[in-house]
Design a protein around this ligand. Structure first.
Ligand code: IPM
Ligand code: MN
Length: 330
């Protein structure tokens, strides 16, 4: 059976790392029927289009979407991020952004193995807010955080479900309940309610500022972290930095109800400064493709790629050399 995959290479190093990820997946014997979509900053600069409705509708019919990175320095901030990436997350109801962090033996922070479940459709990303008197000395800008009980609870439920399948069975809620007393209260109550249904799972709560210290000083303490969209964005860059660099950080934007495709992408951006040099680390993209295979039920080839990745942990070299080393070990 062949999986029907939409590939959005995007900008900068995006197409380079995605190509290597696809090569590795094929080296593992998985048959992919991949359709390329030209979307991102360079398409926008050429045509003025970010994500036409007709393209969005086509994307709904795929089994999964693999994305490299989008964004170019020439495009003002927000155009591609909101118009393409966030629009896909919202329209496809990709409500969990799952980001695993793991350090193999012999690496800095050896033994670290935690997952961040980042709420992916609400919070400060929802776009609530606006300007008053913009451009005048008396201007006002507000930007609210939207937290629905349904949206928060389904994400927390996902985190507990994940923790059940792991050895340590531990979930930490990260928020800022001492200051964000409305949103934080809703998150805490939803968390406590779901925790009551899971007596087999241990829980903790950390304020986000404290969690930043723990992530640097003692990342091994975490198993599953669940948090809101903006805290999750920031914590997962930090997670990448403490767990081997952002070139290794993968993510899955999941629609767990499977009413449409899920989207898999590295945590890193398009890195225009190194685009075309062939030096980007393809590991984050390869691991994102592994998460895609797992979500598609291809757990056997996925685990072979995982093993090859782990065995190639110390391989240095160009984007294609690292890819070939991993493909060669499968
Ligand atoms: C990420 C990125 C995006 C985000 C940007 C590009 C909109 O930083 O996936 O973490 O903030 O979610
Ligand atoms: Mn980010």
């Amino acid at each position: 059976m062949s999986h029907h995959i939409a590939v959005i290479g995007g900008d900068g190093i995006g197409p380079e790392v995605v190509q290597v990820a696809l090569d590795v997946v094929r080296a593992a014997g998985v048959s992919l029927d991949a359709a390329d979509y030209d979307l991102g900053g360079s398409r926008y600069l050429r045509t003025g289009e970010v994500l036409p409705d007709s393209v969005l509708d086509e994307l709904r019919d795929f089994d999964a979407i693999l994305l490299g990175a989008v964004g170019t320095p020439e495009v003002p901030p927000g155009v591609i991020e909101r118009g393409l990436l966030l629009r896909l997350r919202f329209e496809l109801d990709l409500y969990v952004n799952l980001r695993p962090f793991r350090c193999g033996p012999g690496r800095h922070n050896d033994g670290v193995d935690f997952l961040v479940v980042r709420e992916n459709t609400e919070g400060a990303y929802a776009g609530e807010g606006g300007f008053l008197r913009r451009g005048t000395p008396l201007e006002v800008a507000t930007q609210g955080s939207v937290n629905t009980r349904t949206g928060v609870e389904r994400c927390i439920r996902y985190a507990f479900g994940l923790a059940r399948s792991r050895d340590r069975r531990h979930v930490t809620l990260v928020h800022k309940t001492n200051v964000l007393t409305f949103a934080g209260d809703l998150w805490q109550r939803a968390f406590d309610d779901v925790a009551l249904e899971h007596p087999e799972i241990a829980t903790a709560y950390h304020h986000v500022d404290a969690a930043c210290i723990y992530l640097v000083q003692d990342p091994g303490r975490y198993d599953v972290i669940v948090t809101d969209n903006l805290f999750g964005d920031i914590l997962t860059d930090l997670g990448g930095a403490v767990a081997g660099g952002v070139g290794r950080a993968a993510s899955a934007n999941l629609n767990p109800s499977r009413s449409g495709p899920s989207l898999f992408e590295p945590v890193h951006g398009s890195a225009p400064d190194i685009a075309g040099t062939g030096t980007a680390d393809p590991r984050a993209a390869i691991m994102s493709a592994v998460m895609m295979l797992e979500f598609l039920g291809e757990s056997e080839p996925a685990s072979r790629i995982r093993k090859a990745l782990a065995e190639s942990d110390d391989v240095a070299g160009s984007t294609s050399e690292v890819g070939e080393a991993i493909a060669g070990r499968i």
